[in-house]
Design a protein around this ligand. Structure first.
Ligand SMILES: Nc1ncnc2c1ncn2[C@@H]1O[C@H](COP(=O)(O)OP(=O)(O)OP(=O)(O)O)[C@@H](O)[C@H]1O
Ligand SMILES: [Mg+2]
Length: 513
C-alpha cells in the first residue's frame, strides 16, 4: 500500500484592486510567501498613463467675424436685450420709435398704423421716407448707420442698430424651427420696405459655415410715395404674445399727445386713438442741438462723425459751418466770437480736428467757448406731456378720476443735461368696488418711447429700482393701480444695445421721493 500522495498546497489566488492594497499585502507578515498576485492598476494611475500616451490638443485662434453677432439666437438676444419670446415686442417698439422719429424729423404729426396678420407684422408711417442710400447702408452689417447716434439730443433711436437686428430676426426664428433635422438650414428672413415709390425686398440668410449674413436685395416699383411701410415676415405664431403686443402699442399713445394710432390684429381693430394735440410742442430731431449737452468726448465723437462723412463724400466744411448748426450759434457775430476765442477762423473742420492726432486742446477750447456764448436750454423745451393728456389716457384705461395724481420734476444735471420727469398715478375703478380687481397697468419710458419692461431697474442712492419704490407705496403688480412714469432727457445712456435698461446718474435721485 502506498502512502497517499501528499496533497499539494496550492497557492491562494488573491486579487487586489488598488496598488496600495497590493503594497500593504506584500508588507504583511500574515500573507503566505507564494502569494500569486493579479493586481489591476488603480484608476488614477490608468488615467495618468493614458493621458501620457494621448496627443495634446494644439489650440488655434479661430477668427470669428463680428457680423456673426446678427445670425444666432444667442447673439441677437444679447444685441436686443430681450429673449426670443419678446422679439415681436422688440420689432414693435423699434419700428414705432423709428416711425415717430421720422415724422418728427419731417415736422409732421405722426399717423401710424400697425397690422398683424398670420405670418407678418406691418408698420406704416407718414414721415419723410427712408433714403435708398440709408437702406443700402443698413444692409452693410460691418457698419452701423444712424441719423441720431452721433448727436446728443432727446430722440428715441440712439445707436443705429435696431433695423439690422430686426432684419435678422425672421431668419433666426425660421432656423430655430424644429423640422425633421432639428435645425432648418434653408432658413430665410424676408422684410419689405416700401418708401419713396420703391419696394425693397430684403432676404436675410446666413452662410452655413461662417454664419455671416448673406443678403439678397431686390427692388420693384411701389405705390407708397409718402412715408414708410415696413413688413416683417414672421415665421412663427404670435398668438401667445397678443395681449402684451396690443398693450405695448397702446402705451405709445400715453407718451405722444401728437400721435394718431390705429392697429389691427388679424383684421380686428384693437387700437384707434386720435391725437389729443397734433400740434404738441416738443424738442424735434431737426431742432439744433445745444453745446451744453456735449462733454468733450461727445463733441469729439460728433466732430469725427462729420469729418469721416465729409471725407466719404469728398466734401470739406469749415469750423464756422460746423458751429452754425448749434442752438444759439446761427448768427455770424456770435460765430466770429467763438472762432476768435479758439483761433480757428477760416480753418477747415478736418484740419481743426487734427490730421495726425486729435486736437484735444482745441476741442476743449471750442466746447468752452460755444457754451460761453450760448444759453443752456430750459428743461421745459424738451417737451412736457402734461397732466391733461395723461389724465385723458388714465380715464380711457378705466381709472377713477378722483384718485388721479400728476407730478412733474424739471431740472438740469451736474453735467448740464436738462430733464423732465412726469408721473401719473391713480386707482382703477375696480379698485374702489367689490368687482373683479384689475391688475396694475404700469407704463414706463424715456424720450417718448415705451419700455418693453421697466427700464428704470436701478436708481437713487440705494440703486433699488422703481419696482421696490412702488412696492413701498403698495403699488406692486397685483394692485388695481394705473401709473405712468416718463423721463425726457437731452442725453439718455442705456446699459445695453437693446435700450432695455437706462443708466441714471445720481442726479436722478429724486425719483426716490
Ligand atoms: N420709418 C423710417 N422713416 C425714415 N427713416 C428711417 C425709418 N426707420 C429708420 N430710418 C432711418 O434708418 C436709420 C437706422 O434705423 P435704426 O432703427 O437701425 O437706428 P436708429 O433709430 O438710428 O438707432 P437705434 O438702433 O437706437 O434704433 C435711422 O437712423 C433713420 O435714419
Ligand atoms: Mg431705431
Amino acid at each position: 500500500m502506498t502512502a497517499p500522495a501528499k496533497r499539494e498546497r496550492r497557492p491562494r489566488l488573491e486579487t487586489f484592486h488598488t496598488s496600495r492594497d497590493f503594497q500593504q499585502a506584500k508588507k504583511s507578515q500574515t500573507r503566505p510567501q507564494f502569494l500569486q498576485i493579479v493586481a489591476k492598476p488603480d484608476r488614477a494611475a490608468r488615467r495618468e498613463s493614458k493621458a501620457k500616451s494621448e496627443r495634446k490638443l494644439t489650440r488655434v485662434a479661430f477668427r470669428v467675424s463680428r457680423l456673426m453677432e446678427f445670425c444666432t439666437k444667442r447673439e441677437l438676444q444679447n444685441q436686443t436685450g430681450h429673449g426670443i419670446y419678446e422679439w415681436p415686442l422688440v420689432v414693435l417698439k423699434e419700428l414705432m420709435d423709428n416711425a415717430l422719429d421720422a415724422c418728427e424729423e419731417a415736422e409732421i404729426a405722426p399717423v401710424i398704423s400697425i397690422a398683424v396678420k398670420p405670418g407678418s407684422i406691418t408698420i406704416r408711417d407718414n414721415g419723410g421716407g427712408i433714403e435708398a442710400e440709408t437702406i443700402k447702408s443698413i444692409l452693410d452689417y460691418s457698419i452701423r448707420v444712424s441719423s441720431r447716434e452721433a448727436y446728443v439730443s432727446p430722440t428715441r433711436g440712439a445707436q443705429g442698430n435696431a433695423l439690422k437686428t430686426i432684419l435678422a430676426m425672421g431668419y433666426v426664428l425660421d432656423r430655430e424651427r424644429e423640422d425633421a433635422d432639428g435645425i432648418n438650414n434653408e432658413a430665410v428672413g424676408v422684410t419689405f420696405i416700401e418708401t419713396r415709390g420703391v419696394k425693397h425686398r430684403i432676404q436675410f440668410r446666413a452662410d452655413h459655415v461662417t454664419n455671416q449674413p448673406k443678403i439678397t436685395h431686390t427692388i420693384t416699383p411701389s405705390r407708397i410715395n409718402a412715408g414708410t411701410k415696413i413688413t416683417i415676415k414672421w415665421p412663427v405664431e404670435l398668438e401667445w404674445i397678443e395681449q402684451q403686443f396690443k398693450q405695448l402699442a397702446e402705451s405709445y399713445v400715453w407718451f405722444n399727445p401728437h400721435l394718431t394710432l390705429r392697429g389691427t390684429w388679424h383684421g380686428q381693430q384693437f387700437v384707434k386713438v386720435a391725437a389729443t394735440n397734433p400740434n404738441w410742442k416738443k424738442w424735434r430731431p431737426r431742432d439744433p442741438t445745444s453745446a451744453h449737452w456735449y462733454d468733450q468726448t461727445r463733441l469729439q465723437r460728433y466732430l469725427s462723425a462729420h469729418v469721416a462723412r465729409d471725407r466719404d463724400l469728398g466734401r470739406n466744411r469749415t469750423v464756422r459751418e460746423f458751429i452754425a448748426e448749434f442752438r444759439g450759434l446761427s448768427g455770424t457775430a456770435v460765430q466770429r466770437k467763438v472762432l476768435e476765442d479758439v483761433g480757428c477762423s477760416h480753418q477747415s473742420l478736418a484740419q481743426f480736428f487734427g490730421v495726425e492726432r486729435v486736437n484735444r486742446t482745441g476741442i476743449a477750447k471750442l466746447l468752452a467757448s460755444m457754451c460761453k456764448h450760448t444759453k443752456p436750454v430750459a428743461p421745459k423745451h424738451l417737451g412736457i406731456i402734461g397732466a391733461e393728456h395723461l389724465k385723458h389716457r388714465f380715464l380711457a384705461a378705466g381709472g377713477n378720476a378722483e384718485t388721479f395724481k400728476y407730478e412733474k420734476r424739471m431740472g438740469v444735471t451736474s453735467e448740464g443735461i436738462p430733464y423732465v420727469i412726469e408721473f401719473a398715478f391713480g386707482l382703477h375703478q375696480s379698485g374702489l368696488t367689490q368687482g373683479a380687481a384689475a391688475s396694475r397697468k404700469f407704463i414706463t419710458g424715456a424720450n417718448w418711447s415705451v419700455g418693453i419692461n421697466n427700464p428704470f431697474r436701478a436708481f437713487g442712492s440705494t440703486g433699488e429700482g422703481l419696482e421696490n419704490t412702488l412696492a413701498k407705496v403698495r403699488a406692486n403688480a397685483g394692485q388695481p393701480v394705473i401709473c405712468a412714469l416718463h423721463l425726457a432727457s437731452a442725453y439718455v445712456q442705456y446699459a445695453d444695445r437693446g435700450k432695455s435698461s437706462i443708466i441714471l446718474t445720481d442726479d436722478a435721485d429724486q425719483l426716490d421721493d
